[in-house]
Write a protein that binds this ligand. Structure first.
Ligand code: ZN
Length: 277
């Protein structure tokens, strides 16, 4: 019964919740209770930073998150691509493909990439085994999870890896957003665009969803933030309160940096983690 309810589109779900009487307090397994207790931890751009990923998952558990979702770029740049893939597989959480996940399984030349990214990608490709590659290859570009959508870069051209950096980019994506809420990453900078009568960016750490508006939420990066704050970023979507919150989490950055250098990856990749750039 509960599974059937969870698969319903959001408007059906709202109708269902309206029709079903509120159960007495302390009824833990009612459909209404199960839906409203859901609290999603949404993370992405992990970039093989195991220490950051573990810290985010620990924080999400402490915050009472019931579900986990990944918006892609599990690998690339950091020293633990296989471990991060294994953790995602183990969790079995919904995940979409990022550009680094795609690049890691291609056999094409890396000449188009900047030297740092190229060196890191050559190293990453050499680490992955056939199962890792098959997993990354199987990922979809866009997915709907419950009543929200996830994509790595943008909904209008998800396979082109365009960066959403202003409201005009966001407007293009909104044209293809059929849920009230969509989470994405790619720029490594937390940001929310709200579509009401117009589309506007909002610098935020916390937002309450309002009927009649749509939200395109960049959750920031777990493994390589680029907004000047070195701490990992991820989002919590609290279904009962219709609220999205960005969390920042400290992690063992020294170990992550040492591993990058020990692996023979460019030192700049270790250094930039401290800068949050
Ligand atoms: Zn990325």
């Amino acid at each position: 019964m509960q599974i059937g309810v969870l698969l319903l589109p959001s408007y059906c779900e709202k109708l269902y919740l309206w029709l079903v009487p509120t159960p007495p307090p302390g009824t833990p397994d009612s459909p209404r209770g199960a839906i409203q207790r859901m609290k999603y931890a949404i993370f992405g751009d992990i970039h093989a930073n195991l220490e950051a990923f573990q810290a985010v998952l620990e924080d999400a558990a402490q915050q009472g998150c019931t579900d986990r979702v990944c918006v892609g770029d599990i690998v690339g740049y950091g020293a633990n691509p296989r471990e991060c893939i294994a953790m995602i597989k183990e969790m079995g959480c919904p995940v979409v493909k990022g550009n680094h996940d795609e690049e890691a399984v291609l056999e094409t030349s890396l000449e188009g990439l900047n030297p740092l990214a190229r060196q890191a990608m050559e190293w990453t490709r050499a680490q992955l085994d056939p199962d890792d590659r098959a997993f990354l290859k199987s990922l979809k570009l866009v997915r709907q999870v419950r009543d929200f959508t996830i994509v790595h870069a943008t909904l209008d051209t998800p396979g082109s890896w365009t960066y959403v950096t202003n409201k005009f980019d966001a407007m293009a994506s909104f044209s293809y957003q059929f849920t009230q809420l969509c989470f994405y990453g790619h720029t490594h900078t937390p940001r929310i665009y709200v579509k009401g009568d117009s589309v506007e960016p909002v610098e935020f750490m916390n937002v309450r969803l309002e009927m009649g508006r749509k939200y395109f939420v960049n959750i920031g990066s777990t493994g390589q933030p680029r907004d000047g704050d070195w701490r990992s970023a991820y989002a919590i979507y609290d279904v009962a309160n219709q609220e999205v919150t960005i969390r920042r989490v400290e992690y063992d950055i020294q170990t992550a940096q040492d591993k990058i250098i020990d692996a023979g990856l460019p030192e700049m990749l270790a250094h930039r983690l401290s800068l949050g750039k």
